[in-house]
Design a binder for this molecule. Structure first.
Ligand SMILES: Cc1ncc(COP(=O)(O)O)c(C=O)c1O
Length: 395
């Protein structure tokens, strides 16, 4: 075992670089005594909406809740079908199932790894109501084609941009490309909290209001607005409710969640957001360095769609003899990871959906051969050269 192994991701190096600002921001929140839905959350929502280039951003407890709430805001109902990619973190499918809808899985592109839009239409039925476009590993799915298919079949488009904060497609940010976008601030993400966090982005005021209702127990003016929509009551203005002298949050209209971003997390994200584009640029430089210098013919490198600005949440190679490759790197002090070893359609929980091995061949190859190598902005040149030399000597 070699000490000082090069990690796959590293959060402490980033923290050391911005420690003073983070510590000040967190201590200010602690002193303020306002820990939930305070000024940092409100300001961060505006700052993030401005950054992405959308009208509304609704901060929530995590990326999984962002997806769940976005699906509800798109009025996806039990037994509706939602098409998504067979390769993603489980939360993509879990969000669909958790509201009683049915996930339908399609294959990915073998080179860029993102959902293959050519495989969508054959899966559309009269029950299909939405597509979740997963921007896998930090690269956007082919949104023009996905939006075209969605429009043709009257489907909603939800972006799972959990791994893609700051990624672009045709010059526009992930999260601004469909009806509604969902981003995770899980600590390892390109912009992460010191804990859980997420945000929903949209240009649609109705969707934004429904999301605000669901994140807060279906309460208040937004709750009443949502009730009216769900019950086809024409008056979607909020004037048909009178709270008297009572707090609106104690009036509940739909069954929602307690899913809010904490003030402390928002204060941390506000420090980090101005750095995000630089961090992502550095990740692209590292990826380009890998692309140029990894020359081992046993290794397949990831491709980037010309329309995309990849942000490399992870950098994933394909290697036929993956286990041996991982052992080799491990013995040489280099960490690796797998994103993800079990494709969604083959997860045991989805046995009843009746998928079989071989149904989504590109997704399955990625699950069997994909391997992530270290990727974070603070990687040193010495570390990069060691990683590249080691990979090129694997035989
Ligand atoms: C593609 C994808 N979707 C959804 C999620 C869920 O986000 P969270 O962990 O913040 O709930 C993740 C996160 O890890 C993810 O990678």
């Amino acid at each position: 075992m070699i000490n000082n192994k090069i990690p796959l991701m590293n959060l402490t190096r980033q923290y050391q670089n911005i420690k003073k600002q983070i510590d000040t921001a967190v201590l200010d929140v602690l002193s303020s005594g306002q820990y939930i839905m305070g000024p940092n959350v409100k300001t961060f929502e505006q700052e993030f909406a401005d950054y992405i280039g959308v009208n509304y951003a609704i901060a929530v407890g995590n990326g999984t809740d962002a997806l769940r709430i976005a699906l509800l805001a798109c009025q996806i109902k039990p037994n509706d079908e939602v098409i998504t990619c067979g390769m993603s973190f489980f939360a993509t499918a879990e969000a669909v199932s958790s509201i009683g809808a049915k996930p339908v899985f399609v294959d990915c592109n073998p080179d860029t790894y993102v959902l293959d839009p050519l495989k969508i239409e054959e899966k559309i039925t009269s029950d299909t109501k939405a597509i979740i476009a997963v921007h896998l590993y930090g690269q956007c799915a082919d949104m023009n084609k996905i939006n075209y298919i969605a429009k043709k079949h009257n489907l909603k488009v939800i972006e799972d941009a959990a791994q893609a904060a700051g990624a672009k497609y045709k010059g526009e940010y992930a999260g601004s490309l469909g009806d509604v976008g969902c981003i995770s601030f899980f600590p390892t993400k390109n912009i992460g909290c010191a804990g859980d966090g997420g945000i929903i982005t949209t240009n649609n005021e109705k969707i934004a209001r429904i999301c605000r209702a669901y994140r807060l127990h279906g309460s208040g003016l937004d709750g009443n607005f949502t009730y009216n929509i769900l019950h086809n009551i024409n008056n979607t203005s909020t004037e048909d409710i009178n709270f008297g002298k009572n707090l609106p949050k104690y009036f509940n209209f739909v069954i929602g969640y307690n899913s809010r971003l904490d003030e402390i997390q928002a204060s941390i994200l506000r420090v980090k957001l101005p750095h995000l584009n630089n961090w992502n640029k550095r990740r692209r430089e590292i990826a380009n360095y890998y692309n140029r210098h990894i020359t081992n013919p046993l290794i397949t490198k990831p491709l980037v769609n010309n329309d995309c600005e990849h942000i490399y949440y992870v950098y994933v190679l394909k290697v036929a003899e993956r286990d041996r490759f991982r052992e080799f790197l491990d013995a040489n002090g280099i960490s690796t990871g797998i994103y993800f070893p079990v494709p969604l359609h083959l997860q045991k929980v989805y046995t009843d959906l009746n998928y079989k091995q071989g149904n989504l061949p590109n997704v399955e190859t990625l699950a069997n051969e994909g391997v992530a190598i270290p990727m974070f902005p603070e990687l040193t040149h010495k570390e990069l050269d060691k990683i590249i030399t080691t990979i090129n000597t694997f035989i």
